[in-house]
Design a protein around this ligand. Structure first.
Ligand SMILES: *Cc1c(COP(=O)(O)O)cnc(C)c1O
Length: 362
């Protein structure tokens, strides 16, 4: 096929290995496999979302509400924004891509950090725009380096806070200072996929900053703390002028009916969110204690996962697979010595730590 060079140059996204695939390959029972590879919610689906889905199966013959009125209304109430400030996405990945499609051209560039979420280079390259990677500092975003990397042709800066796969977090003051220095012609996409796991005192008033910075876009997802990764739904909050641009390039029915209903219900499921956070905090402590016991270095994380230094990570990854434990190698993130492990239920975390011990000290 005749295709532009920038399409052939794209390294495809590497998702976590599905449980069914490992079961097939290794002849294992699916029930014996622990998957801690995709930052999914180990508690499953929010019960309110589950009930909402059950109640709308009869509507599946109809197209979804292309404007997502009910979900947008729930988001608008929760975040105190106008309906015209919301863009719904088929996962927040969709939102990231909408930003790229609305603003980038092959003649422009986007800036993101070394070790940052892989979707930023992907959506940039898909347009044929130039991706500029700013060096990280201690595995986290170096905002000074990112500011310096911005060129006259730069249209988007992507920031993941917390970042995946490193779990690093930027403070509110630092971020605010950065926003004050970026040209208003450059959209700053602040990807807060893990914000629900943060303690109160680490929260950034990012949504309130929309008043101050017309070039800010905040993206959120239902895939992590809300437990709806399989339904694919996320959203962006921005100024109406920016939201309008993204909505122009959006597919008319990009979020399906079940996802719209489930997300609206999940947004109010405070008990589920609180339990998800509690489980995550406990699992984080369990893994940290386990890593210390094994003498392993790790990057302190603010997400629902941890990057741990294991040496030859590819080999350790394979060893864990043989024991029915799926984690994520991050060699494609420039971290060949690390594995990213998602936090699961206590017994899953224990299985993972025990397998890690056996693989590292046979
Ligand atoms: C998981 C994740 C997302 C969410 O992706 P969805 O498309 O909403 O499932 C977005 N950004 C980062 C940094 C992530 O790790």
């Amino acid at each position: 096929m005749i295709t532009p060079d920038h399409i052939r140059a794209i390294a495809p996204y590497q998702p976590g290995k599905p449980i069914s695939e490992l079961a097939r390959e290794m002849g294992l029972d699916e029930r014996d496999i622990v998957k801690l590879a995709s930052n999914e919610n180990p508690l499953g689906v929010s019960p309110k979302a589950r009930a909402a889905i059950a109640g709308c199966l009869d509507e599946l013959a109809l197209y979804p509400d292309g404007n997502g009125f009910e979900l947008k209304s729930a988001i608008a109430r929760k975040y105190d924004v106008g309906l015209d400030q919301i863009v719904l996405g088929n996962g927040s990945n969709d939102v990231l891509e909408l930003a790229a499609r609305a603003l980038l051209t092959p003649a422009s560039s986007a800036v993101y950090a070394q070790h940052a979420f892989a979707v930023y280079p992907l959506v940039t390259q898909a347009i044929g725009a130039t991706g500029i990677e700013a060096k990280a500092k201690n595995y986290g975003h170096d905002l000074g380096a990112m500011l310096a990397a911005i060129r006259p042709d730069t249209r988007i800066v992507f920031i993941a806070n917390p970042n995946n796969p490193t779990g690093t977090l930027l403070g509110a003051e630092e971020l605010h200072g950065f926003l004050g220095k970026v040209s208003p012609e450059v959209l700053v996409v602040l990807d807060e996929a893990y914000v629900e796991f943060l303690p109160e005192d680490k929260l950034t008033p990012s949504v309130a900053w929309l008043q101050e910075f017309p070039n800010l876009l905040v993206s959120r997802t239902f895939s992590k703390a809300y437990g709806l990764a399989g339904l694919r739904v996320g959203f962006a909050l921005a100024r109406p002028e920016v939201a309008d641009l993204l909505n122009r390039v959006r597919q008319p029915f990009n979020v399906n009916s079940l996802a719209l209903k489930a997300a609206a219900a999940a947004l109010d499921d405070h008990a589920f969110l609180a339990e998800s956070k509690r489980m995550n905090d406990a699992g984080m402590a369990q893994f940290i204690a386990g890593f210390q016991h094994l003498g392993l270095d790790y990057i302190p994380s603010w997400g629902n996962f941890l990057a741990v230094k294991v040496g030859e990570a590819g080999k350790v990854f394979q060893g864990l697979l043989k024991k029915g434990v799926i984690v994520r190698p991050v060699v494609n993130y420039g971290m060949p010595e690390y594995l990213r492990i998602s936090i699961g239920l206590p017994e899953q975390n224990a299985r993972c730590l025990a397998a890690l011990q056996e693989v590292l000290n046979p």
